[in-house]
Design a protein around this ligand. Sequence first.
Ligand code: ADP
Ligand code: MG
Length: 142
Amino acid sequence: MAIERTLSIIKPDAVAKNVIGKIYSRFEDNGLKVIAAKLAWLSPQEAGEFYAVHKERPFYKDLVSFMTSGPVMIQALEGENAIAKNRELMGATDPKKADPGTIRADFAESIDANAVHGSDGEDTAKVEIGFFFPAMSVYSGR
Ligand code: ADP
Ligand code: MG
């Protein structure tokens, strides 16, 4: 297995629930290290660009509106197999279908307000980390 990096976002619903620390513990307890982080309130333009891949989907407008409804916690994570590991910890997109013990099963209410984002592959991870963090703000191997 390779050491990978992935982008994670704790969405406005989970930030509002005050569970940033509980979600960080899931990462830390499963070998994922926070190597960059910031709390931010995204503009519609920023959220729209971040989710541009979903532009043609019927839920795009609601997604952008939800992601700009409050502050989000954005982090780059590093570790063995980090991309798949984070997706595994997150659980399925629809929290009703997420495995017990996953972040979405434990903290999310609906497919719209589903607590976390995670990159879905090597290419998207690279683009998504670069979207939020310049190289000088990423602290690996400390
Ligand atoms: P994931 O976040 O699990 O990678 P997608 O990339 O497919 O899921 O979708 C991005 C986000 O768009 C989801 O996390 C969810 O908030 C929202 N979304 C996806 N599918 C739907 C849907 N059918 N209805 C409403 N929102 C959706
Ligand atoms: Mg996705």
